[in-house]
Design a protein around this ligand. Structure first.
Ligand SMILES: [Fe+2]
Length: 181
């Protein structure tokens, strides 16, 4: 199963709240559908290839769900925060004429761009309003440290789960390499 299919499977089977499910399916089938499957997840460090964002997002959703089993954090909140944590990368990176990945702005603004996209996507949907702050805070804190781009430190279990899952996904190749060496 490819990453996008696995993301759809998690939304369809693991999300409990039907309003959240309808919202996520609507977003993935909407104006960002093409970019979501072609954007890289980073310029250099991890998943830096076409479609890397979908692969990385899928990994973060899988790992975050596992971590959530050890807490009382709501699984729907975890899955949705994981799904949206890097949406800003669709506005932050592009491939130039030589297929090199470039920043759209001065430096990496994927956290700020993510907050803008989420505002745009969540605004017309009053019925999922309770998720908005949760998702915004996960976007702001998923990098953990200001020098890594975070706008705030994680300060609850959900935010730590998203950070740890993000960190693990971005290091998986390194871990495998280390184990082989
Ligand atoms: Fe990420």
């Amino acid at each position: 199963m490819n990453s996008l299919a696995k993301i759809y499977a998690m939304i369809n089977h693991d999300l409990k709240n039907p309003r959240y499910k309808a919202f996520c399916l609507n977003v993935l089938g909407g104006k960002y559908s093409q970019l979501f499957t072609t954007t890289p997840a980073a310029r250099k460090w991890h998943h830096n290839y076409k479609g890397g964002l979908a692969v990385h997002t899928c990994e973060v959703m899988v790992i975050a769900q596992q971590l959530a089993n050890y807490t009382d954090v709501d699984h729907d909140d975890v899955l949705i925060s994981a799904l949206f944590h890097d949406f800003g990368k669709m506005k932050a990176y592009y491939f130039d004429e030589n297929d090199n990945i470039q920043f759209c702005n001065d430096g990496d603004r994927h956290v700020e761009d993510g907050l803008e996209i989420v505002k745009e996507l969540f605004n017309p949907h009053d019925n999922i309003g309770e998720l908005y702050e949760i998702v915004c805070n996960s976007i702001k804190s998923h990098a953990n440290l200001p020098e890594w781009g975070a706008l705030k430190r994680p300060d609850n279990n959900l935010e730590w789960i998203i950070h740890l899952a993000d960190m693990y996904s971005s290091k998986i190749k390194e871990v495998h390499k280390f184990i082989k060496e």
